[in-house]
Write a protein that binds this ligand. Sequence first.
Ligand SMILES: *[C@@H]1O[C@H](CO)[C@@H](O)[C@H](O)[C@H]1NC(C)=O
Ligand SMILES: *[C@@H]1O[C@H](CO)[C@@H](O)[C@H](O)[C@H]1NC(C)=O
Ligand SMILES: [Cu+2]
Length: 183
Amino acid sequence: MKFSLALAALLPLAASAADIAVSVGKSGLTFDPTSVKAAAGDVITFSFFPKNHTVTQSTFDNPCEPSANGASSGFTPVASADTPTLWKWTVVDTNPAWFYCAQTAHCKSGMVFAVNPTADKTVAAFTEKAKSGNGTTTSSTTAAPSGSSTATGYGGKNGASHIAASAGAAILAVAGAVAGFAL
Ligand SMILES: *[C@@H]1O[C@H](CO)[C@@H](O)[C@H](O)[C@H]1NC(C)=O
Ligand SMILES: *[C@@H]1O[C@H](CO)[C@@H](O)[C@H](O)[C@H]1NC(C)=O
Ligand SMILES: [Cu+2]
């Protein structure tokens, strides 16, 4: 019963689902486009370009922190722009969904992405929040993202990586600014 109801619910979506392409890090520390409008059941295909980015779900209020039960691609190192790595995320509903790149200092430089932003909660406001550092402070109480269990690769250590990246972010951001390097 439950199964057939679920199937019945999925059928209309399958007929109309759109595939939406978003590139990650194709030209600098950006998502392109920076936001999309999508319906439930639409599939967003993220193409990862060099260097080593993530697509990680957060919240509007804390752009650079993984949200509880949020989705995450995990770190996705890519060597060549000729062979981007793909990761797909299926849109759950028409509510806004917020994403960032969890690589050190990328979020704070504005590497964020929004699905269905609203007039109130715009992608510009979300980006400003990310840049102004809200949500990027290290918090020892921040749990590892539960979504990381579905992330690809890297020995299931994504949760630890997120925390390590978060702890090192401030130091590396300063070092990066001084030395001019980018991760
Ligand atoms: C990708 O970045 C993560 C986090 O900074 C790091 O742990 C990992 O080693 C990197 N992978 C490669 C292949 O550079
Ligand atoms: C960060 O965001 C939270 C939630 O919106 C807010 O309460 C807090 O005042 C913000 N902190 C800063 C430093 O902007
Ligand atoms: Cu990145």
